[in-house]
Design a protein around this ligand. Structure first.
Ligand code: ADP
Ligand code: MG
Length: 338
């Protein structure tokens, strides 16, 4: 046995990065969450070679000051929470202060930011765990994060990555989720220089149509349930539009995409009588609830959550969805009337 020793900080970051940064799409998720938390109205994403070579996200949000750039790349440094009470009423997508530090430790990163009102932009670079000094730069109000050569210093991880096409498909799925949950934000996606997606700021029904297609919205019922401070809105495909896979199941809690056993169960129960056993439902649902009623600090990637009143939530979703499925109203009808 070797003696017990404290690990160097860079190695700690790389170990932590293993939990959140699995592939290019995980980097993209962290960067999009940061842009959204910064209050952006317009996000532009550039990807090269499925994200293995480059992932660049530009926003027009609140930015980071020059002095704070090194902190942005430091583990456990965040502007989103400050106390234990904050942890139990999270309203932002991020709060762990680990995203950028994790990404930086396993890539070559460039962060450029210009705070509206600041004289000029500042930038900071890092090569793996080596972080340089901030320098003056130029950039419109907002932030660009450029991540190159993901896992260049972790060849074992890099070997697990799939083809460029597969990695890009995972990135596209992340953008779809963000676009579906943030209809008011404009998104542009380019891959290897080619335009692959552009969604203008829109109301939810229109955004759902442009992201998932008219065939889905035409066969879907709108749901709008509200009770005791909880809201459930969105679109549910009627049984005729069932799918062979669970590839069109989007559930958001307070704007965050989640996969939750309780929610899945409530939905499966509600669809049970109308859907054949080997078919899967398609839906985009938004649950809005008091942040104090959910614990999002369950898993590093934050796609798992815990509800304080689990039974009540299950009932609410089950009844709301059952009702919507028995009173079909077409989605196109709704988007025309509103
Ligand atoms: P977290 O999002 O959990 O706070 P991150 O490591 O992702 O942790 O980001 C660290 C901090 O850097 C954030 O709290 C925020 O203050 C700042 N930041 C990161 N990205 C952006 C951005 N695009 N615009 C403005 N500030 C940002
Ligand atoms: Mg973050």
């Amino acid at each position: 046995m070797r003696p017990i020793k404290l690990l160097p900080d860079g190695l700690i970051s790389q170990i932590a990065a293993g939990e959140v940064i699995e592939r290019p799409a995980s980097v993209l998720k962290e960067l999009l969450e940061n842009a959204i938390d910064a209050g952006t109205t317009d996000i532009s994403v550039n990807i090269a070679q499925g994200g293995l070579k480059l992932i660049r996200v530009t926003d027009n949000g609140g930015g980071i000051s020059g002095e704070e750039l090194p902190l942005a790349l430091t583990r456990h440094a965040t502007s989103k929470i400050a106390s234990q009470e904050d942890l139990y009423r999270i309203t932002s997508l991020g709060f762990r202060g680990e995203g950028l530090a994790s990404i930086a430790s396993v890539s070559n990163l460039l962060l450029i930011s210009h705070q509206p009102g600041g004289k000029h932009a500042w930038q900071i670079r890092s090569e793996g765990i080596r972080v340089m000094q901030p320098e003056p730069s130029s950039h419109a109000a907002g932030t660009t994060v450029e991540v190159r050569d993901l896992f260049f210093n972790l060849p074992a991880r890099r070997k697990f990555l799939k083809t460029e096409a597969t990695e890009f498909a995972h990135c596209e799925e992340i953008i779809r989720r963000m676009a579906l949950s943030h209809a008011g934000i404009a998104f542009t996606l380019r891959h290897n220089g080619n335009l692959r997606g552009h969604w203008q700021s829109a109301e939810a029904a229109v955004r759902i149509k442009t992201v998932l297609g008219e065939e889905f919205t035409r066969s879907a019922a709108w749901i709008d349930e509200r009770s005791a401070g909880i809201g459930l809105q969105g679109m549910l495909a009627l049984p005729a539009y069932s799918r062979a896979a669970r590839d069109m199941q989007y559930f958001f809690v307070n704007g965050r995409f989640v996969r939750d056993k309780l929610i899945t169960h409530a939905l499966r129960e509600a669809y049970r009588d109308v859907l054949h056993l080997d078919r899967h439902a398609a839906f985009v649902l938004y649950l809005d609830i008091d942040p104090e009623q959910v614990d999002v600090n369950v898993h590093p990637t934050k796609t798992e959550i815990r509800f304080r009143e689990a039974r009540a939530i299950h009932q609410f979703i089950y009844h709301g969805v059952s009702k919507a499925l028995s009173l079909p109203r077409s989605g196109t009808e709704l988007s025309q009337s509103s």
